[in-house]
Design a protein around this ligand. Structure first.
Ligand code: TXA
Ligand code: MG
Length: 314
């Protein structure tokens, strides 16, 4: 049996304990509606350095900063013509805005992109926002996994990644969305850098001129090809498992066996996203050698699901 003594329930007392750790440059893993984040005070170079080292994350891959409101984003970033419209429609929620950092901002320079931009998100999770307010600082929080691993969607997944290396993991049940936020660059002509639950199409409806990132430069350094790897080979568009492997099914199959797992029997893409990382982790833990995945429709959040699966399989 694992000893989960660093997983805490979201009582008022524990939220205060968590903010105390964060105020003292410490690190805590927190739930969000997308995936769990590895949070540290965004003003603190010490905290940011710890995040990079815990995650084994390349220094050139910038971190997302989480704020509690639009007002607090505006304190640290330069005016932007699209932000308020998008914010009104989608935030708090699974979307991250890349904005120009104000020169006088106190946010740690260690976490920003080399072009002077930062990624800003207001998560829907109310405990997360409460902790931001208690800490009196925005919180840098990349997904709470070792670099290139699958993101965690529960407190126990976080424990599997870091064990007792982090003092505090806040328990917030299974993440509802299950895959990382949509990242949209709002500096210059808007571009979706990472697909997510909120689609390019939905963003386009709110602001015109949104295009898929066609630039050769990798604008989100985290969007490198090898990413989101469950640690065993993944094969896409399959109908049956490989010998010794598991099959992950969207919809139904006539195949039976312990190695058949379902993403959504009712073909709900939202359910599929919610279960994706959970199932990838579960199959790996059960020691199957490969994961074959059936075809998943490339629409809505399915675009983001296929994006993550493609990276997992490369
Ligand atoms: O849903 C999410 O976004 C989760 C939760 C915890 O909020 N966080 C998350 O963080 O997925 P992370 O660090 O795993 O992914 C952040 C992505 C990376 O691809 C990174 O390169 C990109 O956002 N990014 C961060 N700052 C950026 C910037 N200034 N410009 C462009 N891309 C940026
Ligand atoms: Mg990540």
């Amino acid at each position: 049996m694992k000893n989960y003594s660093n997983i805490f329930s979201p009582t008022d007392k524990n939220l205060k304990k968590c903010s105390k750790i964060l105020k003292n440059h410490g690190i805590a893993a927190l739930p969000t509606e997308t995936v769990y984040g590895l949070a540290g005070n965004a003003y603190s170079n010490r905290a940011v350095t710890k995040i990079y080292s815990l995650k084994k994350r390349p220094k050139k891959n910038p971190l997302i900063v989480h704020f509690d409101s639009l007002q607090s984003i505006l304190k640290d970033t330069e005016q932007n013509p699209y932000l308020q419209k998008l914010y009104r429609k989608f935030s708090p929620g699974p979307i991250t805005y890349v904005l120009k950092l104000k020169k006088k901002s106190k946010i740690s320079k260690k976490l920003m992109n080399k072009n002077g931009t930062i990624a800003c998100r207001v998560p829907a999770n109310t405990y997360f926002r409460k902790i931001i307010r208690l800490t009196h600082a925005p919180l840098a929080a990349p997904s709470a996994n070792i670099s290139n691993h699958v993101s965690p969607t529960s407190s126990k997944d976080v424990f599997d990644e870091f064990g007792k290396k982090i003092k505090f993991i806040l328990d917030g049940k299974q993440s509802k969305v299950g895959i990382e936020s949509t990242v949209v660059n709002l500096v210059g002509r808007p571009k979706v850098l990472r697909p997510g639950k909120i689609t390019k199409h939905e963003i386009q409806k709110v602001i015109k001129h949104v295009t898929k990132n066609i630039s050769k430069e990798i604008l989100s350094p985290g969007q490198l090809k090898k990413h989101y790897s469950p640690g065993i080979p993944v094969f896409l568009n399959q109908q049956k498992p490989k010998p010794g492997g598991a099959l992950l099914v969207f919809g139904k199959t006539k195949l039976k066996g312990k190695n058949i797992f379902y993403l959504s029997k009712s073909k709900s893409l939202d359910e599929c996203a919610k279960k994706l990382y959970l199932k990838l982790r579960q199959i790996k833990k059960l020691k199957y050698k490969t994961i074959s995945v059936t075809k998943i429709p490339n629409q809505g959040i399915g675009i983001a699901i296929n994006d993550r699966l493609k990276r997992a399989s490369s």
